[in-house]
Write a protein that binds this ligand. Sequence first.
Ligand code: PRX
Length: 639
Amino acid sequence: MVDAFFPATDNPVSDRYQDLVQRAQRDPEEFWLAQAQRLAWHTQPMHASRSDFTGDVRVSWYEDGRLNAAENCLDRHVLYQPDNAALIWQGQEDGHREVISYRELHARVCRLANVLRRLGVKKGDRVAIHLPMVAEGVISMLACARIGAVHVVLFGGFSAEGLAERLTDSGAVVVITADVARRGPKKIPSKTTMDEAIKLCGAQSAVRNVLVVPVTGADVPMQKGRDLSYTAEVALEIPDCPAEVMNACDPLFLLYTSGSTGRPKGLVHSTGGYLVWASFTQELVFDAKPTDVFWCTADTSWITGHTYVVYGPLVNGGTILVYEGLPSWPQPGRWWDVIDQNQVSVFYTSPTVIRAAMREDDSVVQSRSLSSLRVLGTVGEPISPEAWKWFYAEVGRNACPVVDTWWQTETGGVMITACAQNVAGKPGAAGLPLPGVAVTLTDAKGQDIEGEGEGLLCLAQSWPGQAMTLWQDHERFRKTYFTTCPGHYFSGDGARRDATGYYWITGRVDDVVNVSGHRIGTAEIEDAVAEDHAVVESAAVGVPHDLKGQALVVFVVPKAEGAFDATAVNKAVAAGVGRYAVPEKIYVVPDLPKTRSGKIVRRLLRKIAANDLDNMGDLSTLADPDIVAELIKLVAQQN
Ligand code: PRX
């Protein structure tokens, strides 16, 4: 395993970084109160953390502080840099580009905030945002924040059922969607999918209005009294709107993510702590300056998009780039052109994108200038040392630090990385915990591992960006994250610590599969497959995949003997979850390996699906040990 600093260095950590780590350790309360000064408060907080990982579990930051997130992202920058670009929107076609100044962004956010208020949206109400990468996505999030509404951003790739589940759970009263979205050459019917989703919610729907953003200008059905044109509504409003003063612990947003049970989890992020974390990490991790053009390629419907497309760079007064399109459409290297055309200085993307780019001819990247780049980052999945080095050499031209950032929806922002200009990188390793982040590795018995070793990746103390709870289900929050390693937050990941204290993420240890950085719960897939009544049971597992990191494979036991249409399984997953979760491969099998108490042994399925047939372990505990040989044979036949 590659385990050296790159480029080579004797001193991996800067004095400044060391000092931050020590200060955070010495007096966390003082350190985090000082970091709170990054924000503009209506009432200054006198306390930093009142969190407790024992008992009922409490995550509470800056609880006596009062502020507004949109004011922090806009108003204070309007005061001294009104004409600086806040948002550059680049459409997927050349010529579709808009530069929005801080003054203009403030005005557009205020107009929409006024619309939402007029529609009766109150502090604490939920508003669902279901938009592609257009400026209105960012504007909608900030408009919610301005009036104290809790935004719930929903991925454009969810099926109607997936959307309905989240609309019902969140109780969203207004939805902001697109007529039709573009995705390369494809058109995504956002509005009609949303219509279907609201219909599926039936009497449980709280949706009163749907605002429709004309992304393509397509004609879409509008329901009288409920559906409204975004453009017409904002035109009726003035470009100023008083901000709602929020308590630091009031929710800023809910964001759904997958866990190891079927139901998606609505993580609740706070206003004050989250924003401090967004500001602190964006500056420290990327060495970001207000003069940067910061391009985080994540969709705003993921946490990465929340923290590093929107809140982090804007709260710090930078310029964000929002790009509508795909990396290699309409031509290979499209993203490199976007970097050159917009003079992007910080580029934050995923290992999947890098792996895909590596497969193209090197001339694609070499024919672009990329001279505006200063810092590169990756997130979402482990990056191999080869991909890290390719990114460093070919995209960064051996001159830009690469930050591999480990974090999660639950953490709000980066937790482990090699901060640009402050911590030396090691290809394949995430890096060191940020100042104030108390990472521990824990063994199966719940004991902390000291020094070099491998174990469950946990956090021993709260940090400002930590999600406060799960929407309307604090008990599930406690059980999911705080029972595996009592007194610690358990991330669901495993990791190794090397001799220099660097962390190497080994991946999920629960039933979550990471496909191209998309977190997919196997139980979600199995629940969707169960909707197909020709299936007795199924088991979804992840297998290594060259391009996607991991791919999803489903073993299906059909009901009757004879013909079974495996494509029906794909349809069930596309309908129940979304097209992005459709399995790579379906194996039709007569039974699954189970323990005598009936528990499916996924470890064996993973090995069989990956054709990794050494060390199958002790099979004698299985109810039917012969099934393993049969499955190996069937998988080989069906490949
Ligand atoms: O397994 C880890 C993986 O992605 C999971 C979090 O997924 P999500 O909540 O969707 O957030 C993704 C973006 C923050 C983690 O539990 N993961 C994230 N970053 C890395 C990673 N695995 C390895 N290396 C990373 N840098």
